[in-house]
Write a new protein. Structure first.
Length: 286
């Protein structure tokens, strides 16, 4: 009797040990080895990109269109996201902020960064109202603003000054971010077109370019590639989209500069940063 109770206690304490070990594994920062991860999700025609920083914090840059919101939330959960520390709305078009409502209702959000451009659309109004109702910190970070997350740096590059009278003011006022980790940098261009780019004197060098405006000819030009000198380009578009994205000129230009391109239309893209190198992998959708 005494012996079997002793065994029971032992088994129970062993089980408790494993449960505690499992729980503490879950609670540990995601990357004990100090790496970081980037995802560009296939959300059809639209943008949604996630940074998982070495300290376990997360930044989501855009949330895709409303119609892919449920699949985006599922993908974020699969990537291990339980909380979003920075939620960035690069600009208020539906293909970037349509999924915000479900994201805001699905995860605790630390703060929202917005371009400050007022599009006056219903989807933007309801997003801003929800941010306010949930009491989430909200800000319009200015160029030069920098923040560190476990050794990774997030820096705001644009918009330099409010742009009006351009072909698309919403696109041209996009928040542009440089995310750097060691030698590896990402330039996240939002949907910025030529007028917005002209206001930026010098784009920083970056190994990875999230090309602006879904690979549109107004999103990427020779000057940008000369300044940035990317090795890898991420093109975010839905296959068979009605805009003809990506445009042939952009594909040619990227080819001329020797840039290897990946398209979200082919599936979710993951980039794992290890030390001063990175590895791109893609989960083929079809
Ligand atoms: Zn867009």
């Amino acid at each position: 009797m005494r012996r079997s109770r002793g065994r029971e206690v032992k088994i129970l304490s062993l089980a408790a040990f494993f449960i505690i070990a499992l729980l503490s594994m879950v609670e540990l920062p995601q990357f004990a080895d100090g790496g970081a991860e980037f995802y560009a999700f296939d959300v059809g025609q639209g943008d949604a990109a996630l940074f998982r920083f070495p300290d376990g914090s997360n930044m989501l840059v855009d949330a895709g269109p409303r119609k892919s919101a449920e699949s985006l939330v599922a993908k974020l959960r699969r990537a291990g996201v339980r909380r979003i520390d920075i939620l960035v709305a690069t600009h208020p078009h539906e293909d970037h902020i349509g999924g915000m409502e479900l994201v805001l209702r699905s995860f605790p959000v630390g703060k929202v960064w917005d371009s400050g451009y007022n599009h006056g659309s219903g989807v933007q109004r309801s997003m801003l109202a929800l941010v306010r109702d949930l009491g989430i910190r909200y800000g319009r970070p200015r160029p030069g603003f920098k923040e560190e997350h476990g050794g990774a740096t997030v820096e705001v590059i644009a918009p330099i000054a409010p742009i009006s009278g351009a072909e698309s003011d919403a696109n041209n006022n996009s928040i542009v971010l440089l995310v750097s980790y060691g030698e590896v940098s990402f330039l996240m261009m939002g949907d910025m077109e030529e007028a917005g780019r002209r206001a930026v004197e010098n784009f920083p060098a970056a190994a990875i370019l999230k090309a602006a405006h879904h690979g549109s000819r107004n999103g990427t030009d020779r000057r940008l590639l000369e300044q940035t000198r990317p090795l890898t380009a991420i093109l975010t578009y839905g296959s068979g989209n009605s805009y003809g994205h990506p445009h042939g000129e952009v594909r040619e230009l990227l080819g001329e500069f020797g840039v290897k391109s990946y398209a979200t239309a082919d599936g979710d893209i993951t980039i794992r940063i290890e030390g001063d190198t990175y590895r791109v992998s893609q989960e083929r959708a079809r």
